[in-house]
Write a new protein. Sequence first.
Length: 336
Amino acid sequence: MTPSLATCRLLVPPLTSSAYKGQAGKIGVIGGCVEYTGAPFYAAISALKLGADLSHVFCDEQAAGPIKGYSPEIIVHGCMRGGGTKPDDAETRRQADEICKWFPALSALVVGPGLGRDPTLQAVAALVVERAVSVAMPCVIDADGLRLVLDRPEIVRGSPWTVLTPNKPEYLRLTEALLTEDKMRIESVDDAQELLKLARLLGGPTIVRKGPRDLISDGTCVAENGEPGSLKRSGGQGDVLAGTIATLLSWAKAASPCLPSGCPPAPVLAAYTGCLLTRRFSAAAFNMCSPNSNPAPRAKFERAPSKLTAAEGCVAWSILFHPSQASASDDGTRPY
């Protein structure tokens, strides 16, 4: 299944003069430790560039300063504190409470970018995810956040508004941990069928199996995204994807009552659209900087940084918000 652009556009909230701040999405990113401050920034700023109104980062107190310095657009809460080899239950609850009190002001979460493996930070994130699932808050779990699912798959089991975004090694760890009866898996197994089986086992969450082709399934269907992306696979693209899907997931929950029959499930459609756009973002940025596409590559590289800050937003708006600017074809293909 490959949704059309017309179907993807059904998720986008209308732009009207009566709209108020926050209606287009309020995203919270849980992650960022002393070693990894860039990942939560990429997730949070990508959510904003796609169209969310507000973006928060909940991070380790030692990461708060650097993340605040990256952009004035992001609201940074240094309310987490790692350290120690065994999490203290009372301290874990206290830190989780500091994050969860913001739930009424959020429409979706991203959990994992730059979280690290600190036991206390992992325990806090697990408790926040558990509480988010209990109130049906849309939640994207990526990177170090996927360790939570490996250790305790029951915290997301049955949650239709949770999206997991594993890369190849992360997906392999999930299948090895959860498809226990298939320990003797063979290489020729059908990827889509394996993903379908894994999603059914979790009974609700949508899984994005990232790779040369992105496969997306919630256990009822499989969507495939074969859009060409960048030829350069840089660190941070997964964080961009996580933030992008979070914004779309928050839109999808608002739009789901109005989606027509025959439409893919709203979380699957949100995840597919996020994969499609992120590949186009990276392809647009790569082509903008590629010395092969410009007779004066040095000048192009010198101009690139200022252009790249707007690349995601410009591509997203041309594809989703202004259909007249997009390709005349509505089959989901557009060369970037």
